[in-house]
Structures are given as C-alpha cells and as structure tokens.
Design a binder for this molecule. Structure first.
Ligand code: UDP
Length: 138
C-alpha cells in the first residue's frame, strides 16, 4: 500500500474539474484518505517546488500555484505513486497519453491541471508539507 500527494491546481479548480478528477481517482479504486481546499502561501509554494528553484519557469510556477485555491489530497492504494502519475499523464500535455487527465483537459505545461508526487521520498515530503498526521483518515 502506498500514499501519494495529489493536488488539483488552480486552473483545475477554476475550470470546475475537481469532481471529474476525484471521480477518476475513485473509479480507479484508490482511496482519498485526506482532502482540503486551500490557498497556498508563497512560502509553502517555494518549499513544495524547491527542486525547481533557479529554473526559468520557477517564478511563474509559484505565481500560478498561489493564484487561487487548490484541492490537496492524499491518495492511497497499491502502487499509488506511479499509478497516479500514469492517470495524470506526462508533464507536457501534448506528450500525455490519450485518456489521461492532462491529455484530456490541458493544453499547456504551465497550466496542466494536476500535481502528483514523483517518487516515495517526494510523496512523504509533500504529504508532510500539506497535511498533519491526524488529518489523514485511512
Ligand atoms: N513547469 C512549467 N514549465 C516547464 C516545466 C514545468 O511551468 O517548462 C511546471 C509544470 O506545471 C509542472 C511543474 O512545473 O507540472 C513541475 O514540473 P515537473 O517536471 O516536476 O513535472 P510534474 O512532476 O508536475 O509532471
């Protein structure tokens, strides 16, 4: 059993795609063990995306992710980290496989609807940034 950090980004929330995304996660058979709608502070955004600090898109990414509410989740299930990445599709929506969330709902890399942890260390780190242990209900 694995847990991963999933976030509907501000573009997904603005476009009313939260329900669609939750639905896909649940239909897959994964369990949402924590969820909240929140506006991310700049400080949290910079911590969350710390590995991208110094890259040309970093400033825009922080501006975007703090531009409106997100829906943050912890998703649990077998191979949840890699399986959620598969359901999401590639970072660049035009490279995402048909039927994935990014292929179906996004056109640009900077507004690509959804975040999902890319490995066990980042999953543990990101879940810890956004949720207290008592907010996770298995
Ligand atoms: N990003 C961007 N421009 C780029 C590359 C990445 O705006 O040229 C954003 C994009 O929203 C992406 C996020 O930075 O989702 C994190 O990048 P990463 O490579 O970690 O992709 P992800 O894990 O989200 O697929």
């Amino acid at each position: 059993m694995e847990r991963t950090y999933i976030m509907v980004k501000p573009d997904g929330v603005r476009r009313g795609l939260t329900g669609e995304i939750i639905s896909r996660i649940e239909r897959k058979g994964f369990k949402i063990v924590a969820m909240k709608k929140m506006v991310i502070s700049r400080e949290i955004a910079e911590t969350h995306y710390g590995e991208h600090k110094g890259k040309p898109f970093f400033e825009g990414l922080v501006n975007f992710i703090t531009s409106g509410p997100v829906v943050a989740m912890v998703v649990e299930g077998p191979q949840a980290i890699s399986e959620m990445r598969r359901l999401m599709g590639a970072t660049r929506p035009w490279e995402a496989a048909p039927g994935t969330i990014r292929a179906d709902f996004a056109t640009t890399v900077d507004e690509n609807i959804i975040h999902g942890s890319d490995g066990p260390e980042s999953a543990a780190r990101e879940i810890g940034i956004f949720f207290k242990p008592e907010e996770i209900i298995g």
